[in-house]
Design a protein around this ligand. Structure first.
Ligand code: FPP
Length: 245
């Protein structure tokens, strides 16, 4: 892609299809998740190379707690392993790692590794990588509403001052611009309770590739799609042209 391409600032990714990737090969589901870690690594590398500032990946949803216990436990083990193996290299590459979601629901060992990884990379100035674990878009909004209600109850905030910005500031992605582009692999065309508030104006790109097969080629296809979109944010095409020309 050429340097003057219209590169999104923030890309969000729903990584779907690990289970089907494994089934196609007659292997257990966790083999698909393990292969999926490789695709995460490649996606992070491409994002950094293309000059994307923020990448947010959906690794485990609030709803995923209802999967078979063995699959959950293998996935959690994989997160711990991936953190142990990858954090130093992410740090060397100036990546700032942050986790979003109900981390108190995770096993204490994983919570500790997450906190250590965030601390180690907190001062980095390159790609901001957000990993959503035990995350749900509705959960995120409910948390924000609770915090705002508490501030109203304590007399620190008036109901009339609640607006888009005050809600956004209480969400998990506070301080990070909304995703410009959402990528979903695995053939389904749904948001699946991902960043419900933050995806309001995102361009949506879906592909049939299963997550472990996602790589530079598909990522570039998504970026080409994005570069050709005219983003209107509710304005008319003429209004947008008048501002940008
Ligand atoms: C969806 O595929 C994938 C997940 C629920 C897990 C995603 C996890 C990874 C890619 C591994 C590690 C991630 C990090 C950040 C280290 P699915 O199981 O729903 O697939 P299916 O729809 O084919 O069943």
């Amino acid at each position: 892609m050429a340097e003057d391409d219209n590169i999104p600032t923030h890309v969000a990714v729903i990584m779907d299809g690990n289970g089907r990737w494994a089934r196609k090969r007659g292997r257990p589901r966790h083999a698909g998740h393990r292969a999926g870690v490789g695709a995460v690594r490649e996606t992070v590398e491409v994002a950094a190379k293309r000059g994307i500032s923020y990448l947010t990946v959906f690794a485990f949803s609030s709803e995923n707690w209802s999967r078979p216990r063995e699959e959950i436990s293998k996935l959690m083990g994989l997160f711990v392993e991936a953190l142990q193996r990858e954090v130093d290299e992410l740090h060397q590459n100036n990546v700032r790692l942050r986790f979003i979601g109900a981390r108190q629901q995770l096993q204490p060992g994983l919570q500790d590794k997450i906190a250590a990884a965030e601390q180690q990379t907190a001062g980095n100035t390159g790609l901001g990588l957000q990993v959503a674990v035990a995350y749900g878009g509705r959960w995120d909004i409910v948390q924000a509403v609770r915090r705002l209600a508490m501030r109203v109850k304590q007399g620190h905030l008036s109901v009339d001052d609640i607006d888009d910005d005050s809600v956004a500031q209480e969400l998990e992605l506070a301080g990070i611009p909304d995703p410009d582009l959402l990528i979903r692999t695995g053939g389904e065309q749904r948001i699946s309770n991902f960043l419900l508030w933050n995806l309001a104006y995102a361009e949506l790109w879906f592909c049939d590739a299963l997550w472990p097969d996602f790589g530079e080629r598909q990522f570039d296809e998504a970026l080409t799609f994005f570069a050709r979109r005219e983003r209107r944010f509710g304005h008319t095409g003429e209004q947008v042209k008048a501002v940008t020309s």
